[in-house]
Design a protein around this ligand. Structure first.
Ligand SMILES: N[C@@H](CCC(=O)N[C@@H](CS)C(=O)NCC(=O)O)C(=O)O
Length: 216
């Protein structure tokens, strides 16, 4: 299998999800690292007209949208599968991916992680406390729901790693480094799940750059 190229900003949770996925599948890849502003460069807009990361190139096949990339990787490297077969488990996995993509990332992480860590570290910005406070009700709903859906399972859906775990782990690992995330996740089953995910070599080998790893 030829090397897959990931275009992405190091430390971006969606990029880390794809890195983790490739690491889990033991598939060769290379990260073509973009600067944060690079996602809006013309070169990158030619790859991804919405100006986001990640994008992958696999030979002459180009793909963006993280969950689509993971489904492609799972189809290309079938064992072990990341997708359950039982209908209710499939529904649950897709529900969790939707919570991440529609609520947690855009309405919580993109506000709280950005204001607490990314903005101050990479752009010298002062956190917008009003924006953080405004995001907190949605943060409580997201963490409450994800914790409820996890319940006492080992992984987000049953006893095997799925796309839901790969989508969420980099997001919640970053969020847990903010004071709001740490507080909301304290003593939850979700914190135990994150600790188990953090023991995986795929998490350890895809750490955020050091400057984005300091709790805020
Ligand atoms: N729906 C996209 C979301 C990707 C996304 O929003 N990535 C963020 C980084 S974590 C990004 O590209 N941000 C750059 C920007 O908004 O300019 C996916 O699943 O890949």
């Amino acid at each position: 299998m030829s090397e897959i190229v990931i275009y992405g900003v190091p430390g971006s949770p969606f990029v880390r999800t794809v890195q983790m996925g490739l690491d889990e599948k033991r598939a060769p890849y290379r990260l073509d690292a973009l600067q944060p502003a690079g996602s809006k460069s013309q070169d990158h807009l030619n790859r991804h007209p919405f100006g986001r990361v990640p994008v992958i190139d696999h030979d002459d096949y180009r793909l963006y949208e993280t969950q689509a990339i993971l489904r492609y990787l799972d189809a290309s490297f079938p064992e072990p599968s990341w997708q359950p077969r039982e209908p209710r488990a499939i529904g649950r996995m897709n529900q969790i991916i939707g919570i991440n993509d529609w609520y947690f990332f855009p309405k919580v992480a993109a506000v709280i992680v950005f204001n607490r860590i990314v903005g101050p570290v990479l752009m010298g910005r002062t956190p917008d406390e009003a924006a953080i406070a405004e995001a907190m009700p949605m943060a409580r709903i997201c963490i409450g729901e994800l914790n409820r859906l996890l319940g006492d399972q080992r992984f987000m859906v049953g006893d095997r790693l799925s796309i839901a775990d790969l989508m969420l782990a980099p997001q919640l690992d970053f969020f847990a480094d903010t004071r709001e995330g740490a507080e909301l996740m304290r003593a939850t089953a979700l914190a135990g799940w994150l600790a188990r995910m953090n023991e995986r070599p795929s998490m350890q080998r895809t750490q955020r750059p050091e400057n984005l790893r300091q709790a805020a």
